[in-house]
Design a protein around this ligand. Structure first.
Ligand code: FAD
Length: 501
């Protein structure tokens, strides 16, 4: 099983190629097939903190990566108009306050509220206040938890260079068909236009929404989650920056979905996500173009998608990585992370001496658990809302939700407790911030908080808040930090790759 063939050279394809080539080197024979004619999806610019680990595994110096991708730092997401019009809250990457082993900080904060301490929960979170102040720096002991906002096209190009340096062979060409072995149903080769065959032992399907291998050739099936995550369309457009880049992504709800704003060093990424049942494309386009700031730098890129997941990510000798495996909509910037998780799993389970059905089952179970946990977290944003001002929001508020999410929401409402299950991506503080931000207030809190005397409670809360405030005051402006640490050499706008959908 030495010959690994990657079909597709978007973010998924080149992340897989660079990680496999760097980790395994000459132990494998690696080929990537992509087609310039088709291009990549050209979006996917907001990330979450585990991407730092991916860079570490690839031994990529952070400043080099940020320069090459024109990246900015990201401390979280500002959710505007989600609970109700005019309301906003922040989902930060950091911790808030300090947890006790028996109860999260929210219990102490809730106890404080009933005892005259009325400072917002936000005031106890370093990343959140730093984001709002537009400040950033690396702090000792990785005290500042962050991710990146990056240029997707440049990211793929950057990874391509690494992968090719490490021995990955790139083949330019359009895949015309996928050749299956009659008796087993395994893939034996990709056949390109013009007849060239690219043979392999293991194939990674990174062909994006087309899912050429895993679905079009192998027909594994797809579970549609549109009844929970109803948005099915997006339009992306790039604009010139009109102000200093803020260290966070904005997700602004509208009557039939939401809009994103992602500031990079050299431009801003903008987009509108919507449910086509409630909003027509032309109206969505007008809304996007009338609300963006700065000169338009690209043609609007229209994308259609169905939220959901392939029934199997790994089938026979083919593994789906990226959009070919499914899509959960970009609200919490989780797709690149899912790519990363899949790739690290593939490397851990690499079947160099033959494919084991047990590996396949384990891989598929683990990936499905990731998808379902993220799916629940996303549904929370639509379900727990006071908005009833449009058919879209009325549908969201009244929909049935998965039992796993209903249990989490009710437990929090009754007790203030959240539990993180099985390496779940989103930590307790993420759930707390989003549940409270969307308007779920716990009816009670853990009694351990009441053990503190009034004086001890005051010392704890005031001390934590002062510490956060003083730290933020000492941080440099985000833009200044980038300028001295990782300024991109070339600041002119890059046109996105061709639209593929
Ligand atoms: P693609 O980029 O579509 O790449 C597919 C590759 O396959 C291309 O190289 C193409 O040329 C090749 N290919 C296809 N067919 C053929 C063929 N016949 N022959 C040869 N080659 C072929 N993710 C995040 O993490 N954060 C975000 O903020 C975010 N925002 C998003 C917003 C929207 C609206 C959408 C739709 C997605 C967003 N994503 C986001 C997801 C993210 O864009 C993708 O996960 C990421 O770009 C990976 O895409 P991909 O490589 O799987 O597919």
């Amino acid at each position: 099983m030495r010959r690994i063939v990657i079909a597709g050279g978007g973010t998924a394809g080149w992340m897989a190629a660079s990680a496999l080539a760097r980790t395994l080197g000459p132990a494998i024979d690696l080929t990537l097939v992509e087609s310039e004619q088709i291009g990549t999806v050209g979006v996917g610019e907001s990330t979450i903190p585990p991407l730092q680990n991916f860079n570490r595994i690839l031994r990529i110096p952070e400043a080099d990566f940020m320069r090459a991708t024109s990246a900015t730092f990201k401390l979280g997401i500002e959710f505007e108009n989600w609970k109700e019009d005019g309301h906003s809250y922040f989902h930060s990457f950091g911790t808030t306050g300090r947890d006790h082993w028996s109860a999260g900080f929210q219990h102490f904060w809730l106890h404080g509220l009933t005892n005259g301490h009325d400072a917002p929960y936000d005031d106890y979170c370093l990343e959140l206040l730093a984001a709002h102040a537009g400040r950033f720096a690396h702090l000792p002991n990785n005290r500042m938890n962050y991710a990146y906002q990056l240029d997707a096209t440049r990211y793929a190009a950057f990874l391509r260079q690494l992968a090719e340096e490490d021995g990955c062979r790139r083949v330019e060409g359009k895949i015309a068909s996928v050749e299956l072995v009659g008796e087993t149903g395994d893939i034996s080769a990709l056949v390109l236009e013009g007849g060239r065959r690219v043979e392999g032992d293991l194939f990674l399907d990174c062909t994006g929404f087309r899912a050429l291998l895993i679905e079009q050739a192998m027909h594994v099936g797809f579970d549609d989650w549109t009844h929970w995550l109803p948005c099915d369309s997006a339009i992306a457009v790039q604009t010139a920056s009109v102000r200093s880049p803020v260290p966070f992504t904005r997700a602004i709800a509208h009557d039939s979905g939401w809009q994103w704003r992602i500031p990079l060093q050299h431009r801003q990424g903008n987009g509108i996500v919507y449910c086509s049942r409630y909003l027509e494309h032309e109206v969505a386009l007008d809304r996007l173009l009338s609300t963006v700031e700065g000169k338009q730098l690209s043609e609007p890129n229209r994308l259609r998608f169905t939220t959901g997941a392939r029934r199997k990510q790994w089938h026979r000798n083919c593994i789906a990585v990226g959009l070919s495996g499914g899509f959960l909509e970009p609200l919490e910037s989780t797709s690149i992370h899912l790519i990363q998780r899949a790739i690290l799993r593939i490397i851990r389970m690499l079947p160099l001496s033959g494919i084991s059905q047990r590996d396949i089952a384990e891989f598929n179970d683990q990936h499905l658990a990731d998808l379902e946990q993220i799916r629940d977290f996303l549904i929370l944003h639509y379900k727990a809302t006071d908005r009833r001002d449009s058919p879209f929001w009325r549908q969201c508020a009244s929909m049935e939700i998965p039992e796993s999410l209903a249990q989490k929401m009710e437990l929090f409402r009754e007790t203030g407790r959240v539990f993180r299950r099985n390496e779940e991506l989103f930590a307790e503080n993420s759930w707390v911030q989003v549940m409270m931000g969307q308007g779920i207030t716990p009816h009670s809190y853990h009694p351990v908080a009441t053990k503190l005397t009034a004086e001890e409670l005051k010392t704890l809360l005031d001390g934590l808040r002062d510490n956060v405030r003083k730290t933020v005051e000492q941080l440099p402006p985000h833009e200044g930090f980038i300028a001295q640490y990782c300024a991109a050499a070339e600041k002119s706008p890059v046109q996105p790759a061709a639209t593929v959908i």
